[in-house]
Design a protein around this ligand. Structure first.
Ligand code: ZN
Length: 322
């Protein structure tokens, strides 16, 4: 036995049961009228015969709502809707993406799942959509520390490479709460007008922020309880200070450096190419795995369950991805 021997990864009926138990913990919910009281499970229904399947295919997880008489399955209104891939393969894909610290490429997914590359590419983007957090509660709070930093990745189309600078790359601004969550943004420019509103919207004002000496962070600092800075240029990476308002504080940005190191290794080693307009999806993926990490008590299985919970209400039309 191994994790991969679990029945929901091989048996379509079990895959439906598994997803239903997560998306419908209180029992089936009609996606059309919201009825939760009475419904019938339709067993043994088959699809119309086709050349490929002369006897049709069994339709698993089919219900009929007693109130509005419509038929439904757990796929409706989720990332699984309008997908031809069986649910047990979806579960394999979600597990692989949740368990791979640096991500998994669409090419690798296509080879493992034995589906087309296009199907695998779209599947990966839909899983990223499920991973996208909808929790807009500000990070930090009294006694909490949020580290903030920016990094540069990929190439901007049509911008010439300039020696030493990063203006030809995408800018990523990330906030990481020590011992907590991470959230990243693809920003146009590292100016106060772009950065300060993001920090104010996403970090509680009682928080101590920790950054390098980039001037924009100094401007942002007046909106927060305290501000510690490390001077990377002077090769300083951390020190302990006694602050008048917050007491002993470890001044460093090691937590966010750790986040960026996983992100960069994944983006360079696994994904290699990422179009500018898809970058936010990859950021959601790395934020998700970091936020739901083992150090916070979330193992691979639990992480996959959290991703599945995010599958609801996140249909992603093909047009939306290109
Ligand atoms: Zn209904």
């Amino acid at each position: 036995m191994s994790v991969l021997s679990r029945p929901e990864f091989h048996d379509e009926a079990k895959a439906f049961e598994h997803i239903e138990s997560i998306l419908w913990p209180e029992g089936p919910v009609c996606p059309k009228c919201g009825n939760t009281d009475k419904h019938y499970k339709l067993v043994g229904v088959r699809t119309k015969p086709s050349k490929k399947n002369p006897n049709g295919v069994e339709r698993h997880g089919l219900y009929k709502c007693a109130a509005c008489r419509s038929q439904f399955t757990v796929r409706m209104g989720t990332i699984f809707e309008e997908s031809h891939l069986p649910l047990h393969k979806w579960l394999q894909a979600i597990h692989l993406m949740c368990a791979s610290k640096k991500g998994i490429s669409a090419h690798q997914m296509h080879r493992i799942l034995e589906c087309t590359y296009e199907a695998a590419w779209f599947l990966c983007h839909r899983i990223r959509e499920a991973m996208r957090s909808e929790d807009f509660t500000p990070m930090g709070g009294a006694g909490e520390i949020v580290e903030i930093d920016e990094t540069f990745i990929g190439r901007l189309k049509g911008v010439p490479k300039n020696a030493g600078g990063a203006s030809h790359k995408n800018t990523v601004l990330t906030l990481v709460q020590r011992g907590g969550t991470a959230v990243s943004f693809h920003v146009d420019r590292m100016t106060a007008a772009h950065v300060v509103p993001i920090l104010r919207d996403n970090i509680a004002k009682e928080t101590v922020i920790m950054t390098d000496e980039f001037p924009v962070y100094k401007i942002a600092a007046k909106h927060f309880a305290d501000h510690g800075t490390v001077n990377h240029k002077a090769e300083e990476y951390g020190r302990v200070e006694i602050r008048p308002t917050t007491g002993f504080v470890n001044i460093n940005t090691n937590t966010i450096e750790g986040f960026f190191s996983i992100f960069k290794r994944g983006m360079k080693g696994v994904y290699q190419h990422c179009a500018e307009h898809h970058l936010h999806r990859y950021l959601a993926e790395f934020d998700f795995r970091y936020t739901n990490r083992i150090a916070r008590g979330v193992d691979d299985g639990a992480r996959a369950r959290i991703a599945l919970q995010g599958a609801k209400g996140k249909r992603l039309a093909y047009r939306g991805t290109c």
